[in-house]
Ligand binder design. Sequence first.
Ligand SMILES: NC(=O)C1=CN([C@@H]2O[C@H](COP(=O)(O)OP(=O)(O)OC[C@H]3O[C@@H](n4cnc5c(N)ncnc54)[C@H](OP(=O)(O)O)[C@@H]3O)[C@@H](O)[C@H]2O)C=CC1
Ligand SMILES: CC(C)(CO)C(=O)C(=O)O
Length: 336
Amino acid sequence: MASPFVIIGAGAIGSIVGAHLIRSGHDVVFIEANAAHADAIRRDGLRISGHLDAVVRPAVHAPSAYDGPMEHVLLAVKSRDTIAALTPFADRLAAGGYVVSLQNGLEEDKIAAIIGRERTIGAYLTFGGYYKEPGHIVYGGPGSFKLGELDGRETPRVLALQAAFSAQQPIDVTNNIFGYLWSKIALGSVYFGTAIVDAPVLDIYDDPRARSILAVLAGEAVGVADASGVRTENCDGFDPKAFRLDQPADETARAASWDAQRVYWRSHDNTHTGVWRDLKIHRRKTEVEFQVGAVIRIADDVGVPVPHLKRLKMIVESIENGERTQDWGALYDIVA
Ligand SMILES: NC(=O)C1=CN([C@@H]2O[C@H](COP(=O)(O)OP(=O)(O)OC[C@H]3O[C@@H](n4cnc5c(N)ncnc54)[C@H](OP(=O)(O)O)[C@@H]3O)[C@@H](O)[C@H]2O)C=CC1
Ligand SMILES: CC(C)(CO)C(=O)C(=O)O
């Protein structure tokens, strides 16, 4: 029997990808730490609503209970859980196996440190959704999905993954996965900026003062990418290069990026980011340490000043710690 796709993390992304794989005839097994969610899936199936209306009935295991094959692994936990989720399985990953990071951030480097660079595959995703309640994931809306080997080669395994994932949506193989990941990081800095305000993303984009602060956050992030030799890519019409701080602002290109973001968010049922959801609904730590924090650490190494990203990270952490609330003042304070 062919080895199943093992998806670590049956949250929003793992479930959306997994449900499409199951519906197109692939064997999928989930490893899930949230016991209430896993129990509900075992009892009633995994329900996806929103852009897909379906119930699928996959096997779900607690992390400590899975002893099946580990060959085609999709990692879909938040970046704060990458190391804890993968390390227990590292020795069991088949010699010819791989792990695909279905995550934001630069998790590919962390994964490669655990299982080896040649067994790590990157993915860039802007489709989205969220965990609504045990057993139920909302597929909020479409976006891009790209896969890439870390060395940029077009390998048989990445083409096989492209074919498997194409039941969900068109998916490209890229030879510049880090270019896309950095673009999502620049856009992610904007998303972190919006998440410290308790308002829909589109309302925040409509506020010129807020938009100018968000532009600086994207600009600092793309400056770090530039200094690291990364060629950033266009992210669903949002072009981080338009926000570079070391050249005169191209207002036309910036306006086109904001317009593309408006189109993107209007096509989604989600009105807020996953970061806002972590702060407001789940009241738990965000991925700030591994996304904004990762950029800050690299910025310090390559000597690029990122004072506003540092201030953003501090403000996100103070909201995580309950020391301040999500409000417009939190965003305006980034430049205070
Ligand atoms: N949601 C979205 O729209 C998008 C998300 N992303 C990125 O995708 C990644 C996944 O995000 P998302 O799907 O939203 O996250 P979710 O929180 O919805 O799902 C992650 C799931 O993994 C579980 N988990 C945590 N630790 C382990 C472990 N050790 N073993 C197994 N399961 C574990 C979590 O349980 P528990 O909740 O109990 O911790 C949770 O159920 C993130 O990096 C995110 O930034 C990218 C694009 C869009
Ligand atoms: C797709 C989107 C906007 C979903 O919330 C996202 O990437 C995130 O919030 O992390």
